[in-house]
Design a protein around this ligand. Structure first.
Ligand code: COA
Length: 256
């Protein structure tokens, strides 16, 4: 378990809440593990019909803990918990609802592509600045994000770090509704409750029909390999060091 993941039951809905607000809910290895274990347990627990991802504080999550990226770039060997979490999302059969009150960065944004109903604050900020960190997209987002919002917008998000507001995410079809921040969790909970009242067999069959799980997992595998290679690069070391030193990175002297 992780003290920074809160798992709560509300009848047939399992809530998994990111709870590290002092670090904008950045996801540590322990948090990924706890979230994955809860998500996987929900798949086999017949009394759970819907999973809801939410957060404490103003952010959804600022993505992977950059200190953990830096440790991995420095050669530290750890269980690849981030990728195990991402793969569990790809495999999840039960419907997933997300409540996004603020920042959704990196995996915080890409995991939304695996959520079935998404409620965002109008003022939320969704971004996937992988290339700013000298990394590449994950969670099959290199496949799914262009499909959802088109190549040009997705490329600008990945490479230039352009972000979307919650209102824009709604317009582009990435979210069901954009509401004031205080209404996000209540809206998501109401949707989860409504979903839990639907016939579960038909909901699961619909989700299965709508997603090419084999294709998603294959893309995740391809991304994972390249992500691992990029993590070891001099470019990535410079990016992580710059984040720690609160300065802009300087890639000008580095070649690929
Ligand atoms: N990993 C580790 N720590 C993080 C973090 C992350 N991904 N995101 C935020 N934090 C920490 C900050 O270092 C800071 O810690 P400190 O108070 O000990 O200095 C604290 O969380 C608050 O963050 P801060 O940057 O001061 O908040 P902000 O409101 O000014 O900005 C963000 C919020 C999300 C825009 C900014 O924190 C950010 O860009 N984070 C990195 C996001 C990222 O690149 N994630 C990886 C994507 S692949």
């Amino acid at each position: 378990m992780s003290e920074h993941i809160e798992v709560r039951r509300d009848g047939p809905v399992l809530e998994i809440l990111f709870a590290r607000p002092e670090k904008k809910n950045a996801l540590s290895n322990a948090m990924y593990r706890a979230a994955r274990e809860a998500l996987e347990a929900a798949q086999t627990d017949g009394s759970i019909r819907v999973v809801l991802f939410g957060s404490e504080g103003e952010a959804f999550t600022a993505g992977n803990d950059i200190a953990d990226f830096a440790a991995a770039a420095g050669g530290e060997r750890r269980e690849p918990e981030a990728f195990r979490f991402i793969e569990a999302l790809g495999r999840a059969e039960k419907p997933i609802v997300a409540a996004v009150p603020g920042f959704a960065v990196g995996v915080g944004m890409t995991m939304l592509l695996h959520c079935d109903l998404v409620y965002v604050a109008e003022t939320a900020k969704l971004s996937t600045p992988f290339v700013n960190l000298a990394l590449v997209p994950e969670a099959a987002s290199s496949l799914l994000l262009p499909l959802r919002i088109g190549h040009a917008r997705a490329f600008a998000m990945f490479t230039l770090g352009e972000s979307l507001s919650g209102a824009e995410a709604f317009t582009l079809g990435l979210a069901n509704k954009a509401v004031p921040a205080a209404e996000v969790l209540p809206a998501a909970r109401a949707a989860a409750k409504a979903l839990a009242e639907r016939p579960l067999g038909a909901v699961l069959a619909t989700k299965r029909l709508m997603r090419d799980v084999a294709g998603i997992l294959a893309r995740m595998g391809g991304e994972r390999q390249i992500f691992g290679e990029r993590l070891q690069s001099a470019e990535a070391r410079e990016a992580f060091q710059a984040f720690a030193e609160r300065r802009p990175p300087d890639f000008s002297r580095l070649t690929s």
